[in-house]
Design a protein around this ligand. Structure first.
Ligand code: XIL
Length: 672
């Protein structure tokens, strides 16, 4: 956003070649090597997402500190299953005393990296502490089982996408019956139903799965036994949402009937998932056959491999995984990626795994949010939105502008259709206070378990809050800088210091800002020092045509890839606002043009369809709807959504009184 009045009708020509690279930055005039909108991603998670699926792995808490392991995990996977940390012998080793610390570590890592979590597992005869196996009374066991399910699910409520409620209840061999276990022996077949009913009340939002091995062959008695149980549950309304096929295969891979099995289960009205895939010797054909069986079944919504490198596998002697001991991709990896429709990265190793296309098209909503003036706030424009989806709600922070200046407003709603009716809370009534506050950015800083609201006050300022939904919880403003950094003073000319933006990787946080004079600045501090210590301010990008690199920069991490996305708002040759985009493999650059010209813009009226009527010609200051909500600012790799400000094309006059309104762009050129 800009602080003061602008006249419309700038004759600015914002060509991609106008961007002058500085310091160590690459010249950005070259076209991006990013894949086209057919979208062949080069990582497992990003490619699975193209069809709305996930690609996951089992994770061991003790390995998160291993750099090679964590790098592959965060580059390739968008779902994680704790390999052992959520099992009974870890979480309730002695009766009534719960330890979630190892699992919490995995969940925190996943949250920080935009990965979802499968909970594994609540009721299982194995890795069960001795005290449970020693119970001899049915009522005691029922109480213990229900308490275990309820306590564990309550602890992880809202953080687990799907639970393996019951694991491996069926016997191998020809009986098609349940296996013996303390649960079966004391409670009978009904223990499974009991467990699912308890689980549904513990966390109604989590998907509830039954998980087992050797149920991939449609002709196996065990498969038939599980099928009869799921059919019975569905017919009687016992809550079950999914069936997990472990898929621990021998060298030949899946049985020929695997796809039939998946589709027959799916036809009962449950999702099906491959939950623990590993294949002895990892033949490319065996892996391809497994993935194909899933991709051919609409309700097969994800695959999880049981570990990252062969050396991480519980069957490491079989070399059954997709990465070798050194973390290099095996042939099976490429086979899986191409079977999903992806393309192996052109170069191996740490090269850029690009996930975003090089051109964009969008569909826009109509006006979703307008100013709601009250007796003490007379407002012309609702601007500069920041948005996170958290705890079942969209939380939006925005600037409110009027002839007398700028302030901040907060609103939340469960669905975009509810946005217009949301209550607007004016943050000048909170400790944030009144006076010049504008262009907010909100995120959760996971290391401190605190929400941050970053905004401009003339300096770069922030407030913190432990509860994003409580507007009164924000602290009074503090400044990131003692004063304007010298490099900005030297380059700002007659511009304004605006649009502060914070994003962190695993080691550092970066603060970007603009000067309405053709410069994008970047300061840096460590993750451990944040919010203090921002220094080393440099020009991250500049353009001799200030309108081509004007303001409202956004920087994001693209989920499941090593790509970062930079957006900067420009003023086009028609005087209208639009966004240009660049990509990089690191937050310190270098930035390579992605869709960065008026002819091939990231988002401009020319690549946006307005099914409900063209209410704006400006696509101006806004934010992407993120995949997560933490300081990594992770966005999905496809079906992007961008919340922006637009205005009546005929409106004119003083910049601060322009009638800005908020609308939502949804990407239309992605495959998912
Ligand atoms: C395995 C783990 O990978 C090992 O680390 C552990 O020692 C034993 O359990 N079926 C399951 C998984 O549901 O939980 C098992 O995981 C593999 C078989």
């Amino acid at each position: 956003m800009k602080l003061l009045r602008r006249t419309r009708g700038h004759r600015a020509s914002a060509s991609a070649s106008g961007l002058v690279a500085v310091a160590a930055l690459l010249a950005s005039g070259t076209a991006s090597a990013a894949p086209d909108a057919g979208i062949k991603a080069s990582t497992l998670g990003a490619q699975a997402a193209q069809s709305g699926r996930y690609f996951g792995t089992a994770v061991a808490a003790g390995k998160l500190g291993d750099g090679t392991y964590a790098t592959i995990l965060d580059r390739e996977f968008n779902m994680v299953t704790p390999e052992n940390e959520m099992k009974w012998d870890t979480t309730e080793r002695t009766r009534g005393s719960f330890d979630f610390a190892p699992a919490d570590q995995i969940v925190a890592h996943a949250t920080a990296h935009g990965q979802r979590v499968r909970g594994h597992t609540l009721v299982w005869h194995s890795q069960l502490p001795g005290w449970v196996g020693s119970i001899t009374d049915a009522n005691t066991l029922r109480g213990v089982m229900n308490n275990h399910i309820t306590t564990e699910m309550a602890h992880f409520k809202g953080k687990v996408y799907a639970w393996d409620v019951v694991n491996e209840a069926f016997a191998d061999g020809s009986s098609g019956a349940h296996r013996a276990s303390v649960f079966q022996n004391l409670l009978g077949d009904g223990f499974v139903e009991q467990a699912f009913r308890t689980a549904r009340s513990a966390d109604p939002a989590a998907k509830l799965c039954y998980n087992d091995y050797n149920i991939e062959d449609w002709n196996a008695a065990k498969t038939q036994g599980v099928y009869r149980m799921v059919r019975d549950f569905k017919s009687r309304g016992v809550p079950i949402d999914c069936v997990g096929f472990q898929a621990h295969f021998g060298t030949g891979g899946p049985p020929a009937s695997f796809q039939t099995t998946l589709s027959n289960f799916a036809a009962l009205g449950v999702d099906v998932q491959i939950t623990e895939l590993d294949i002895a010797q990892a033949s490319t054909t065996a892996y391809a056959n497994t993935i194909r069986a899933c991709w051919n079944v609409a309700r097969c919504n994800g695959v999880t491999v049981w570990g990252i490198r062969d050396s991480d596998s519980w069957r490491s002697g079989d070399n059954p995984l997709l990465f070798d001991r050194n973390g290099a991709k095996k042939a099976a990896y490429n086979s899986v990626l191409t079977t999903m429709g992806g393309a192996p990265a052109a170069t191996t190793g740490t090269a850029d795994t690009a996930a975003l296309p090089g051109s964009y098209s969008w569909s826009s909503s109509g006006v979703l949010m307008s100013p709601k003036p009250d007796s003490t706030h007379s407002i012309a424009g609702l601007k500069d939105p920041s948005v996170v989806y958290y705890n079942g709600k969209y939380h939006v922070f925005a600037s409110v502008a009027s002839a007398s200046g700028y302030g901040l407003v907060y609103l939340n709603f469960t669905d975009w259709s509810q946005a217009a009716s949301a209550t607007h809370y004016y943050l000048d009534r909170t400790p944030i206070g009144s006076g010049y506050r504008a262009a907010p950015q909100v995120f959760y800083f996971a290391p401190q378990k605190l929400w941050y609201l970053v905004y401009q006050t003339g300096n770069a300022s922030y407030s913190t809050n432990s509860d994003i939904s409580n507007p009164n919880g924000w602290s009074a403003p503090r400044n990131f800088y003692a004063s304007m950094p010298d490099v900005i003073k030297q380059n700002i000319g007659s511009g304004y210091w605006v649009d502060m933006w914070v994003i962190c990787d695993s080691g550092n946080c970066y603060l970007f800002s603009s000067d309405d004079n053709g410069h994008l600045y970047r300061s840096q501090t460590t993750l451990a020092s944040f919010p203090n210590g921002f220094a080393n301010t440099v020009i991250a990008a500049q353009d001799s045509n200030k309108y081509a690199l004007f303001e409202a920069s956004n920087v994001y991490k693209v989920q499941g890839s090593s790509q970062y996305l930079l957006l900067v708002e420009a003023i086009g040759s028609d005087g209208r606002r639009y966004f240009r985009s660049w990509a990089s493999s690191g937050l310190a650059g270098s930035w390579t043009a992605l869709a960065a010209s008026e002819a091939n813009p990231f988002a401009r009226a020319s690549n946006v369809a307005f099914p409900g009527g063209s209410w704006t010609k400006d696509i101006s200051h806004g934010e992407m709807v993120r995949a997560g909500y933490d300081q990594t600012l992770t966005i999905p790799s496809c079906r992007l959504q961008y919340l922006y400000q637009g205005k009546d094309p005929n409106a004119g006059g003083d910049y601060n009184t322009l009638p800005w309104r908020l609308g939502l762009l949804t990407q239309t050129n992605s495959a998912c």
